[in-house]
Design a protein around this ligand. Structure first.
Ligand code: F6P
Length: 364
């Protein structure tokens, strides 16, 4: 399929509906076209900026206790309205909804499950910075007539049938995978079509760029401190080359940069978060982004295991996330194993000179 000529609908119909066994993906193309319609509506709303009347706090908190912005609530509603009616979904979960949203009985019910974060990186809204939407699609297993429950969504990442994100930057892009590579579509605003512009994205295996919120350094585990310190040491340290650092505070923007030119993104386990699960959510942030990264030849881990192998225990569970260029992510995984086996003793850092997990701040 040719870049610049293929619309999203053409791509999906060709890829999913005209395959030798289309039954496996029945309805998925139509569902993804509805998701794309939600994204176009969100893009149009965001483009209006403060003029949309949607700026500021919604005076409520989400399930994580974080302040909801009016746009968090509005974009969640846009996703629900565009996707609930088509008879393809059984239920949805989102960062902005505490519990499973079962498709109301006024609509036919389908076999897919949609998990999404309607407005990722929403702290960037007030500064007119880059934000995104992330989504993941699962197929429901078991008795399709039974009421949908939380358990239906608690499935490991490798069971996803599609995943993607929208990035709302200078242009709006939809980056998508249905399991045959990761492909990027750019919104042609005047026409309203998503057009294939980045087919078969590949993440370079090597990189000189990493992204991490360095203000959390005192809460990180030693293998992450070791990796970041070595990058910062640059050509005078053991890596013998300089690294660059980026932090946009929007996972979509970080992952997009990595898909475009390589790099590593870390939101690792830390002593600040409950059960040291890191900050990002497994079902609608870590899993879909891992799908896109792996389909583009990158690697996505928690530090110790592939994100895809994490068995979810709760809808809004968090997970540590380290993803991006293969050789760097594998190096970070090796640092975790060396640390766990006690083989990294020669490493010392002026910032961290004891192995104890219980740093003074960890107990506060
Ligand atoms: O949803 C979480 C998120 O906004 C991500 O998009 C982003 O990577 C991260 O939080 C930013 O975290 P911090 O506030 O620590 O910079």
């Amino acid at each position: 399929m040719q870049d610049g000529r293929t619309t999203l609908s053409k791509y999906l119909i060709d890829t999913l509906d005209r395959q030798p066994s289309p039954v496996a993906a029945t309805g998925l193309s139509a569902l993804l076209i509805d998701v794309a319609a939600a994204i176009k509506t969100i893009s149009a709303t965001l483009t209006k900026g403060a003029l949309s009347g949607n700026y500021g706090s919604a005076q409520s908190v989400n399930t994580h206790g974080e302040e909801q912005k009016k746009l968090d609530v509005a974009t969640n509603e846009i996703f629900v309205q565009h996707c609930e009616w088509d008879g393809l979904l059984a239920a949805m979960v989102s960062e902005e909804m505490d519990t499973v949203y079962t498709i109301p009985s006024t609509y036919p019910r389908g076999e897919y499950l949609l998990a999404f974060d309607p407005l990722d990186g929403s702290s960037n809204i007030d500064i007119n910075g880059v934000v995104g939407s992330i989504f993941s699609v699962l197929r429901r297993t078991g008795d399709q007539e039974a009421p949908v429950s939380e358990a239906d969504f608690l499935r490991p990442g490798h069971e996803q049938v599609a995943a993607g994100y929208a990035i709302y930057g200078p242009s709006t892009m939809l980056v998508l995978s249905v399991g045959n590579g990761t492909h990027g579509f750019t919104l042609e605003r005047d026409v309203g079509n998503f057009v294939l512009t980045h087919s078969d994205i590949r993440i370079p295996e090597d990189t000189g760029e990493f992204a991490i919120n360095a203000s959390n350094e005192r809460f990180w585990e030693p293998p992450v401190r070791r990796y970041v310190q070595e990058c910062k040491d640059g050509r005078s340290g053991c890596r013998e080359r300089d690294f660059n650092m980026r932090w946009i505070a929007s996972m979509v923007a970080e992952v997009h940069r990595i898909l475009m030119r390589g790099g590593v993104f870390l939101y690792p386990r830390d002593f600040r978060t409950p059960q040291m699960e890191g900050r990002l959510r497994l079902l609608y942030e870590a899993n879909p982004m891992s799908f896109l990264v792996e389909q583009a030849g990158g690697v996505a881990i928690t530090g110790r295991e592939r994100i895809f192998d994490v068995a979810p225990r709760a809808l809004h569970q968090r997970a540590p996330v380290i993803l991006g260029s293969k050789n760097e992510v594998e190096r970070i995984q090796r640092y975790h194993s060396e640390y766990d086996r006690g083989e990294d003793k020669p490493y010392t850092s002026p910032l961290f000179n004891k192995r104890s997990l219980f740093l003074p701040e960890a107990s506060t």
